[in-house]
Design a binder for this molecule. Sequence first.
Ligand code: ZN
Length: 500
Amino acid sequence: MANRVLIVGWDGADWEILDPLLAAGELPNLAALIERGRKGVSRSCVPSHSWAAWPTFLTGCDPAGHGVFDILEYRPGATRRLPVSSRSILAPTWPSQLTDAGRTSLIVNVPLTYPAPEIKGVAIAGGVIPQGAPYSHPPEAGPDLGWPINGGSWTTFRGRPLELVADVEDVTRRRAEAMRRLMDEQPWDAACMVFVSPDRIQHCLLEYVHPGHPDYATASQTPVAHRVIDVYRLLDRELGTLIERTDADDLVLLMSDHGHQPVTRALNMNRVLESMGALRMGRGSALVSLLAWGRIRSLARVAYDRLGLHGKVKVPTTPIDWAHTTAYTSVTSTGEGVSIALDGREPQGTVPAEDYERVRTEVADALLGFVDPATGRHPIARVMRKEDVLHGKYLDRAPDLLLQPAPLYSLTHARQIVEPADWLSGDHRPEGVYVAAGPGIAAGAGEEISLADFAGWIKSALGVEVAAGADAPEQQAVGVFSDDEEREVEERLRGLGYLD
Ligand SMILES: [Zn+2]
């Protein structure tokens, strides 16, 4: 058993990026941790985007077990999908179970922990947070630490890699400093902090650090590459400062919620469905697509940010003509999920229950058969039925089909059906990372584990036993955000590339 557990999350970290940096001696603290511990792949859940994956880390359940599949969800009585929050997580989390067992945690910056959970210890919410809202538990903890909320909005820095790097470094430094103070000043049994910086830079600067990216040979030789690597050097230094605060009796875990693969081509899944005749766009979509991406959008965004319009002006989104739609993209953030517009389930669904299987099979076959005319390749590598990959009591809410992109493809971020990736150069893949060191951990290569394994690992390391089948308290997801906050949150999700 360990005395305490330190978990450091590097959102989106991938061995294909880290291994060359390790070999070049750029990450001495990570190398030292690997030297005394075990290193392996941590496989993400499906869908793999951070809003579904971090709840899997927190609960040990796959998304059908915790109920979060996307950044938006349908709620009773709502006609459109609304942003998810920590109250959308419908399974017990390990920090709440540690609290029940009388143990103290520091839960810092884990995505989708707004509103901050009322644990024994300190929680600072991660993910997207409305300006001015209390974001920590206790409420004064975050402000006392000078904690910076939000940031790392990579689509906002389109074409300005050095400015994005500077923004990400600034936020990383300030957050690490706050975490050091927390670890020094507060008691803790488990300390968990997530750095989202790798994900933010890997979405648009992956060609500088991933040898598998076709542009790597040239990009890696530029001065920008050195600045991008600086982010990993900084993360490694901060990892060192947190590990310094542990001793030989503590379990240390470094992990990611998913990996990243190079991207050169991007899809717009609703447009793909439209090309197959499964979906029709509504009126007004021309204006929306003009605004959706590119120069006009980025100018509009700069004005939007400077004028402080977050939550005050709603940027138009692509409307769907539901009367002529049988399938739509239900994981809007990463395009990893497609659902059937089922009568009686989707508010405006028209597909009768008896046609569900037929329509789903037709859509799945068409998605697998979809060809990128420019390359002749199939952008969608796998299409899985939800019941074949997900298990849990919220399976009925899951996307009906789960998709995995082929190498070099992203299933989102495009304006047209399929187009060259522009600012985008990386997107998620299931192969995340972990390193474990501490009492009872043998050194060497580790077996592949699942992202869902961490919750049990942390609890058993601390000797906390939870009765099987223990349920989460009933949570009410409605009413977390005001209407203005909802709009603001959606806008910030756009900045993170999660919404068109
Ligand atoms: Zn991401």
